[in-house]
Design a protein around this ligand. Structure first.
Ligand code: GTB
Length: 217
């Protein structure tokens, strides 16, 4: 059976590959598993039919037969476990790759989301000019630590893994902020991720969905 995921019909990121379906599409492409996408309109994601799949009314979701999953991390992990290509065979290396997945989602992504939300929701507030550098500095702390660990390596722990996929997906959101440019090895790391053929296929697919939805109005 071909798994089905959900994505927004007209993604708020306007096809820049920053919405959470992108990382799931990328995982599918890395392991060579075909998948279908059901596009959900903004608004329908909070309706009961979608909430039956996702209690928080978000995308992406994953359906394969009786199995329904939500949370991009859980979905990518499931894909990586089911198929060869994203997790090493050695048990300890596998555990370390999973550790990097969790680090991306629970240690690196939160301050990056904070920056997004600060700009989106607090841009017109009196405290914005004071708050912005504080939020940016919290990101710099994490980027500095990650940069030190990555050093000259191509990937975080040996061969490319689901840990790198998730870390690159999380860091991509910083591309337009200029923060990533302060850490040349991290910029190069993200560029290596984007250069992967599987990434490009996933990116093109989500962009095509956005372009088609914009044409139909
Ligand atoms: N922890 C969840 C996961 O990883 O799956 C988070 C899922 C999530 O936040 N999904 C978003 C959503 O459904 C879509 S990606 N939001 C609706 C809601 O919460 O009601 C959102 C997104 C939009 C724009 C950008 N961007 O422009 O950079 C990035 C991500």
């Amino acid at each position: 059976m071909t798994p089905t995921i959900t994505a927004f019909q007209r993604s708020p990121d306007r096809g820049r590959g920053l919405a959470r379906d992108m990382r799931v599409r990328w995982a599918f492409e890395e392991v060579g598993q075909s998948y279908e996408v059901r596009l959900v309109s903004l608004g329908a994601h909070k309706e009961p039919a979608h909430r039956a799949l996702h209690p928080f009314g978000q995308i992406p979701t994953y359906e394969d037969g009786d199995l329904v999953l939500f949370e991009s991390g859980a979905i990518v992990f499931h894909i990586a476990q089911r198929h060869a290509g994203l997790l090493p065979g050695d048990a300890n290396a596998r555990a370390r790759a999973m550790t990097w997945m969790f680090a991306a989602l629970s240690t690196v992504e939160p301050p990056i989301l904070d920056l997004h939300n600060t700009k989106l929701l607090e841009g017109d507030k009196s405290w914005y000019e004071q708050r912005l550098p504080v939020v940016e500095d919290r990101i710099r702390v994490r980027l500095g630590e990650l940069s030190a660990r990555l050093g000259d390596a191509h990937w975080l722990d040996g061969a490319f893994s689901a840990g790198d996929l998730m870390m690159v997906a999380v860091l991509l959101r910083l591309k337009t902020s200029g923060l990533l440019d302060e850490y040349p090895n991290l910029s190069a790391y993200v560029a290596r991720g984007e250069a992967r053929p599987a990434y490009k296929r996933a990116f093109d697919a989500q962009l095509a969905a956005f372009t088609a939805s914009s044409r139909t109005g």
